[in-house]
Design a protein around this ligand. Structure first.
Ligand code: NAD
Length: 499
C-alpha cells in the first residue's frame, strides 16, 4: 500500500490468499487440469492470485451440472415471485459486500476505486434489481386465429415464453462484475441455468459472486463458473452441444469466431462487441458541457469502455477553442494507482493491452500525427499509458479506424455537419455516438442519420437498465437491457387449442 491509497479489507486479503477452484454444482472443486493462470495487479505488475485454467473436461462438468439443474425444474419451474425474491436477495448480498467487491475489482482490473464503487457495485445493483423485477413480468399473448378446418372447429391460441436452457456467458475484462451480472441476471430471471466464464485476467469478482449466489438461495447447479483461457475453456463452452444460448461480450474478432461455430448447432446468440464511437460537435454546442461530457466519455476507465467516445468531429468555428480546452484538461489529469481515490487515470488492465495501445500511438507518431500527452506513469512496473490527444489524424491511420480501447482521443476539424456525419458513419462499427448542439431542430434532424445503437445528445456513455443497448453493423447483434431483455433468454412457444 502506498500513501493515499485505500487500505485493503481483511476479507479481500483472505480471498486473495485462498487456493482457487471452479464453481460447479454449488461448490468449489479443483480443475482436472494442472494448468493455471496468474492474476496481476495492473497498478504494479505484481501477481495477486492464481486460478485454474479449466480443461474441456471441466467445462463439460460445468455444463452438465447446469443442464441437470435446468431439466430438474429446481429453478425454471419455481414460481416467478420466488425467483424474484431470491434474485433481490442476491442483489442485497452484493450491496452488503460492496466495498470488498469494489476493492477486488480495482486490484485485478486497475480501475479507480471510485469507479469500482460507483459503477461495478452501485450501477450493478440497479441492474440486478431491475432485472430481478422482470422475473414476474414474463408474459405471452392470446391470439385470435382463423384456422378453417375441420368445418365448425374453434381454436384458441396463445404464446408462452419459456427459458431457453443452459446459457454460456462470456465476459470481457473491462467491467468484469457489471458485465458478468448482465449475463447472470437475465438468464436466471428467465429461468435458465448459466455457466459463466470471466476473462482470464479479471476473474476474481465473479468468483466471489458465485459463492454469494448460493448464499442468496440460488439452487446448486443453476450458477456455475469456470476460469480459463478463451482458446480452450471459452471455445469448449461456446461449442458445447448442451449450451442453448451464448451471451458474449468482447471484441468483434472473437465474436465473429464464436458466431461461426454457433451456426453449426444454431445456438442462440447475442453479441455485444467493439465500438469506435464518434462524437459530433456542432458550432452552437456549449463548450463547457462538451469538455466535461467528452472527457468523461473518453477517459472513464482509461478509455477501456466499449461505448467510449474516441473520435470527435468539431465544426470549424469551435475547433481551436475545444482543442485548447481538451489539451488543458488532459494535461491536468493525475495518473496513479486505482486504490488512490485522487488518481484520475489509472493503469490499463494488462501488460499486453498496454503494449497494444502504445503500438497504436507509436504508429501514429511514425505517420506524423500530432500527439499531445498528459502525465506519465507513476510506477514503471504498472501498465500505465499517458492520456493522449491526437489532433486532426489522417482517416487512414490505424488509430483512427480501429478500436484502441485506451486513454486516446482524436479531435478532427470538419467544415460542416455533412462532413461530420459522413466521417462519423464511415466505420465498420456502430455501437454508440453523441451529438452536441443547443439546437433542438439539429438534434431531431440528425439523430436518425447517425449509424449507432445508442445516440446521446449533449452527453456520452451514460447507460441505464431501462434503455436497450447494442450495436449496429459489426458492433454486435441483439440488445441488452430494457423491458424486452428476457426475450433473448427465452423461446416463444405457440399453443393452439381446438375446442
Ligand atoms: P476478447 O474478445 O479478447 O475476450 C472476451 C472474452 O472472450 C474473454 O473471456 C475471453 O477469454 C473469451 N474468448 C476469447 N477467445 C475465445 C474463443 N475462441 N471462444 C470463446 N471465448 C473466447 O475481449 P476483451 O479484450 O476481453 O474485451 C475488450 C473488448 O470487449 C473490446 O472490443 C470492447 O469493445 C468489447 N466490449 C463490448 C461491450 C458491449 O457491450 N458492446 C462491452 C464491454 C466490452
Amino acid at each position: 500500500m502506498t500513501a493515499g491509497t485505500v487500505p485493503l479489507l481483511a476479507s479481500v486479503q483472505r480471498f486473495l490468499g485462498r487456493q482457487h477452484g471452479l464453481y460447479i454444482n454449488g461448490g468449489w472443486r479443483p480443475s482436472t487440469s494442472s494448468q493455471t493462470l496468474t492474476v496481476f495487479n495492473p497498478a504494479n505488475g505484481q501477481p495477486i492470485a492464481v486460478t485454474p485454467d479449466a480443461s474441456a473436461e471441466d467445462v463439460d462438468q460445468a455444463v452438465q451440472s447446469a443442464h441437470r439443474a435446468f431439466v430438474s425444474g429446481v429453478w425454471a419451474r419455481r414460481a416467478p415471485a420466488e425467483r424474484e425474491r431470491i434474485l433481490l436477495r442476491y442483489a442485497d448480498l452484493l450491496e452488503q459486500h460492496g466495498e470488498e467487491l469494489a476493492q477486488l475489482e480495482t486490484l485485478e482490473q486497475g480501475k479507480s476505486i471510485n469507479i469500482a464503487r460507483a459503477f461495478e457495485v452501485g450501477s450493478t445493483l440497479n441492474w440486478m434489481r431491475y432485472t430481478a423485477g422482470l422475473t414476474t413480468k414474463i408474459c405471452g399473448r392470446t391470439l385470435d386465429v382463423s384456422i378453417p378446418v375441420p368445418e365448425g372447429a374453434r381454436y384458441t391460441a396463445y404464446t408462452r415464453k419459456e427459458p431457453v436452457g443452459v446459457v454460456a456467458g462470456i465476459v470481457p475484462w473491462n467491467f468484469p462484475l457489471m458485465i458478468g451480472m448482465w449475463k447472470v441476471m437475465p438468464a436466471l430471471a428467465a429461468g435458465c441455468s448459466i455457466v459463466i466464464k470471466p476473462s482470464e485476467i479479471t476473474p476474481l469478482t465473479l468468483m466471489r459472486m458465485a459463492e454469494l449466489a448460493t448464499e442468496a438461495g440460488i439452487p446448486d447447479g443453476v450458477f456455475n463458473l469456470i476460469t480459463g483461457s478463451g482458446s480452450v475453456c471459452g471455445s469448449a463452452l461456446t461449442s458445447h452441444p448442451r449450451v442453448a444460448k451464448i451471451s458474449f461480450t468482447g471484441s468483434t474478432a472473437t465474436g465473429k469466431h464464436i458466431a461461426r461455430s454457433a451456426v453449426d448447432r444454431l445456438t442462440r446468440l447475442s453479441l455485444e462487441l467493439g465500438g469506435k464511437n464518434p462524437a459530433i460537435v456542432l458550432a452552437d454546442a456549449d463548450p463547457q458541457q462538451v469538455i466535461e461530457g467528452l472527457m468523461m466519455g473518453s477517459f472513464l476507465n482509461q478509455g477501456q469502455v466499449c461505448a467510449a467516445s474516441s473520435r470527435i468531429y468539431v465544426e470549424a468555428p469551435l475547433f481551436d477553442r475545444l482543442a485548447a480546452d481538451f489539451e488543458q484538461a488532459i494535461k491536468g489529469l493525475s495518473v496513479g494507482p486505482g486504490l488512490d481515490p485522487s488518481a484520475q487515470i489509472n493503469a490499463l488492465a494488462s501488460g499486453a493491452h498496454q503494449q497494444s495501445v502504445q503500438a497504436y500511438l507509436a504508429d501514429a507518431r511514425e505517420q506524423g500525427a500530432q500527439i499531445i500527452s498528459g502525465a506519465s506513469a507513476p510506477d514503471a512496473n504498472g501498465y500505465y499509458v499517458s492520456p493522449s490527444l491526437i489532433l486532426n489524424p489522417d482517416d487512414n491511420l490505424r488509430l483512427t479506424r480501429s478500436e484502441v480501447f485506451g486513454p486516446v482521443l482524436s479531435l478532427t476539424r470538419v467544415a460542416d455537419v455533412e462532413e461530420a456525419l459522413a466521417r462519423a458513419n464511415d466505420s465498420d462499427y456502430g455501437l454508440t455516438a453523441s451529438l452536441w448542439t443547443t439546437s433542438l431542430k439539429s438534434a431531431m434532424d440528425l439523430t436518425p442519420r447517425i449509424e449507432a445503437g445508442t445516440v446521446w445528445v449533449n452527453s456520452h456513455t451514460l447507460i441505464d437498465a431501462n434503455m436497450p443497448f447494442g450495436g449496429f453493423k459489426q458492433s454486435g447483434t441483439g440488445r441488452d437491457f430494457g423491458v424486452d431483455w428476457l426475450d433473448a433468454f427465452t423461446e416463444t412457444k405457440s399453443v393452439c387449442i381446438r375446442h
